[in-house]
Write a protein that binds this ligand. Sequence first.
Ligand code: A2P
Length: 329
Amino acid sequence: MTGKMEYLTFFNGHKMPILGLGTAQTLGDDVEKVIDAALEIGYRHIDTAQRYNNEAQIGRALKKWLDSGKIKREDLFIVTKLPLTGNRAECVEKHLKQSLHDLQLDYVDLYLVHNPVGFYDVDPKDNGKKMVPDMNTDHVSLWKAMEAQVDAGRTQSIGLSNFNSRQVKRIWQSARIKPANLQVELHVYFQQSQLRAFCRALDVTICAYIPLGSPGARPPGLTANTVNASKQPKRDQLTNPVVSQIAQKYGKTNAQVLLRYIIQLGVAAIPKSTNPDRLHQNFDVFDFELSPEDMDMLERLDKGPAGRQVRGYIPGMENHPEYPYSERY
Ligand code: A2P
């Protein structure tokens, strides 16, 4: 890589590498190979979740690297998430301990509540097949249990994912330990400008998932809009002519321009790839800077809420009182 990694600094002083590796849907034999390749390239921020069913394989790869002395624990930034079936105060410790066991780590750098919607605590790895919504999800008591994980040293920071501004604010107001980061869908077609401004005011950093707009095939459980499947927004960010024109100017790929744009917004990005060349490419975004004019051109590609890809991806979510996507941001 040419150019130097940039970092987001949390309110508590911890630093998150602005570019990380997304691992949703990286499964089976691919996982260890991808983590190996990514660490070799220089990735240090790895994003997973209990729900992704790959923590044990990630843990094996990390252990190999840590045992070999090629990498130190403090150089890594590992993020995982409380599954939706764990959204009750009494479940948090159990799930984080399980993640730490699988990841073979003593602590994670950031533990996120994966989603504001809660489900009953069935086997978290059943992939949503038998999940029944728990309509009594209480974010305030849940957050107290998240704070206790920081006190116990199991995570350095805590945060949220897929929460809307109202839900973030409620937790922020009641928190003894504030959320350090909010992970949400964010890409050039769905730029989340209001949510970004809102979080900036609270000193909550943002991490963008599906930063390339998720161009690949998705399993049915993650298909974007289960509310109205016939109205899937376009996922052609990588071939958008404005992006291509800018990419040509800098001698970069379209993916690199899309990622650089997000980084220059002051947002972290976690592109997923299982392909070694694309892993390289996605990491090589620190040797150029988009001009203010090019930033403006990319800003105009925003489709607002119409650009959102991911909505209720588990049947029944839409009826939950904490379903986050009914509100504008
Ligand atoms: P692959 O794993 O074969 O590289 P997102 O993070 O927005 O969900 O995007 C991930 C999808 O985009 C995956 O399907 C991944 O496929 C593909 N992808 C990742 N990096 C690139 C890239 N640099 N150029 C084109 N496609 C990419």
